[in-house]
Design a protein around this ligand. Structure first.
Ligand code: KET
Length: 401
């Protein structure tokens, strides 16, 4: 028999597996609120107009070839990505202290950064928020780091457990790595205020904790690209070092193109170039060099002022639709007089609402109402439309009544 006969069947992924279950359901009222992927009011995936235009320009440019990119990826994509997250006026960029490598979307950027740290950074402990994106602990563990948690979400207030966060980071060994969601924390939708970010920054710098930012929703939280990068820019402004993983999956709708970047901000340009040389040693045996198409779309848009502005308009429209879904769901819960305080639906930001529904209530909603969501009670607001809000509100009302 097969040499793989002993292989144990693995469970479906807690997030992507929800889509697998949704696709198998033949119910006409089913709704997928699992994976964080934007859907229009008609419930369809969205390709931004500016992306279509950029692709048309690429196709029409017959001088373009399909040669390998360098190990670090498309050079102008890397420069433009650094500018996008750190700001056009970033001192770190001006002083050439940033190295940026194109990676396979946010996940690939996190993994390459983690592999680099496991090989070249003295502290192998990484503190990640409790709760966090389900893939984080697996990425860091498989890269050879040891994962610990810092308190982040307070179920009682459905807000930030700020004191718990400070206490846990204070107790962390100096030099430990700390993963920070740049904005729109997944799954809670709860972010520190600017003042709280400043306190976190001071504490982390005083203990030499190494910030590793995960920026998967820049522009999605507030609709403003600069506002959503404030946390990252505060740290970079103090002259310290940090890592930042960027994804264009959500904010440019390039999910399947796998477009992202890892940046490492260093003390000086000589260190930055040595770091880049070692990042290449991580990437080459992993996937050799990144895909050309998605990065070309992003570079085409970011380097053209008019296309960049068009992108910000479409991005704001996506953010606004999600915010209107929050208001509609909140109003629907109020209209039903559903017991409990549902104001967190409109207070939380970004793509997700952390409802506070438990595993049993979630499976009830899936079984009886064909509502698909992750078992931690997270719902992707981007998967909702005015048409499906009443159905979801009915399901939530029934689940808690
Ligand atoms: C915080 C965070 N970081 C990184 C990623 C990875 O995105 P990438 O497609 O590799 O650029 C995601 C994706 N989150 C959604 C999709 C998924 O789970 O893959 C989600 O939470 O539904 C995140 O939510």
């Amino acid at each position: 028999d097969s040499v793989f006969a002993h292989v144990v069947r693995a469970p479906e992924d807690p997030i992507l597996g929800v889509t697998v279950a949704y696709n198998k359901d033949s119910s006409p009222v089913k709704v997928n609120l699992g994976v964080g992927a934007y859907r229009t009011e008609e419930g369809k995936p969205l390709v931004l107009n500016v992306v279509r235009r950029a692709e048309q320009m690429l196709v029409n440019d017959t001088s373009r070839v399909k040669e390998y990119l360098s190990i670090t990826g498309l050079a102008d994509f890397n420069k433009l990505s650094a500018k996008l997250i750190f700001g056009a006026d970033s001192p770190a960029i001006k002083e050439n202290r940033v190295t940026t490598v194109q990676c396979l979307s946010g996940t690939g950027s996190l993994r390459v950064g983690a592999e680099f740290l496991a090989r070249h950074y003295h502290e192998h402990t990484i503190y990640i928020p409790q709760p966090t994106w389900g893939n984080h602990p697996k990425i860091f563990t498989l890269a050879g780091l040891s994962v610990k948690y810092y308190r982040y979400y307070d179920p009682a207030t459905r807000g930030l457990d700020f004191q718990g966060l400070l206490d846990d980071l204070t107790a962390a060994p100096s030099g430990a790595i700390v993963l920070l969601h740049a904005c729109a924390h997944n799954p809670t939708g709860v972010d520190p205020t600017i003042d709280q970010w400043e306190e976190i920054r001071k504490l982390m710098r005083s203990k030499g904790l190494l910030p590793f930012f995960d920026s998967a929703y820049q522009g999605f939280a507030s609709g403003n690209l600069d506002a959503d990068a404030q946390s990252v820019r505060m740290f970079v402004a103090d002259g310290g070092e940090c890592l930042a993983a960027q994804s264009y999956a959500k904010n440019m709708g390039l999910y399947g193109e796998r477009v992202g970047a890892l940046s490492i901000v260093c003390k000086d340009s000589n260190v930055a170039s040595k770091v880049e040389s070692q990042l290449k040693m991580v990437i080459r045996p992993m996937y050799s060099n990144p895909p050309i198409h998605g990065a070309s779309i992003v570079a085409t848009i970011l380097k053209d002022r008019q296309m960049y502005d068009e992108w910000t308009v479409e991005l704001k429209a996506m953010a606004n639709r999600i915010i209107s879904m929050r208001q509609q769901l909140y109003d629907a819960m109020q209209a039903r007089g559903t017991s409990g305080d549902w104001s967190h639906i409109i207070k939380q930001i970004g793509m997700f609402t952390f409802t506070g529904l438990n595993v049993e209530q979630v499976s009830f909603m899936t079984r009886e109402y064909h509502v698909y969501m992750t078992s931690d009670g997270r719902i992707s607001m981007a998967g909702l439309s005015s048409r499906t809000v009443p159905h979801l509100a009915d399901a939530m009302h029934a689940a808690v009544t």
